[in-house]
Write a protein that binds this ligand. Structure first.
Ligand SMILES: [Zn+2]
Length: 213
């Protein structure tokens, strides 16, 4: 075992940065993150390039404010003015929604595509809103299975469709870079509600849309 100790001439105190309040993290929370990153850099030891990493704690703190901004998104506000009454009663499918999230186990990215379908019950939602709902849950600390269910649930609650289905295909850097080291492995998860759950042919119709190129 190697024990890495900071030498006496290396940095021993975190820097106070000038932060502005972010959409999720206020200035004091950002400073807490920055201090923590400083401690990580100090713990790694003398091999760390002090010049190159001087502003890294500040950058990482601002980065987390952006990557985790989904915690501060209000879904009701997000859908405001974007619900439309329609007679349309066929399936609506929004495919290939790119997303980037962070796994809650390693704080490493997982990313891929989400596919969402629903059967409207007199109401449809503006096309851009489905990707924004996906983003709201992606920009949190996540596990893919839970994120899939959360997207299905929020659509079920807010749009009140006859049924909804969500499929997520993603690659996890924690599996690609470490552990099993299997790059290009894609994990697929799905969640179905209402008619998508009850009716096999509705579910099949959705999955055939998703799998069609
Ligand atoms: Zn992970």
């Amino acid at each position: 075992m190697t024990i890495i100790e900071s030498s006496s001439d290396s940095k021993t105190e975190p820097t106070d940065f000038q932060f502005e309040d972010g959409s999720l993290l206020d200035a004091s929370c950002k400073q807490v993150i920055a201090d923590s990153v400083t401690h990580i850099l100090m713990a790694v030891g003398d091999g760390v390039d002090a010049k190159g990493t001087a502003d890294t704690p500040k950058r990482v703190a601002n980065l987390y404010d952006e990557l985790l901004s989904g915690y501060s998104t209000d879904p009701v506000e997000l859908l405001n003015n974007a619900m439309f009454d329609v007679e349309y009663d066929e399936m609506v499918v929004v495919k290939n929604i790119d997303f980037y999230s962070l796994c809650e186990h390693h704080l490493l990215p997982f990313y891929g595509k989400a596919h969402v379908g629903y059967l409207p019950n007199q109401k449809v939602v503006g096309l851009s809103k489905i990707p924004r709902l996906v983003e709201m849950f992606a920009r949190r600390l996540q596990v893919q299975e839970r994120m899939t269910q959360e997207i299905a649930t929020i659509i079920d609650e807010l749009i009140e469709p006859i049924g909804v289905g969500v499929v997520i295909e993603a690659q996890h850097l924690c599996a690609a870079m470490r552990g099993v080291r299997k790059p290009n492995t894609v994990m697929t998860t799905s969640a179905v509600r209402g008619m998508f759950k009850k009716n096999a042919s509705t579910r099949e119709e959705f999955f055939s849309h998703v799998h069609r190129n």
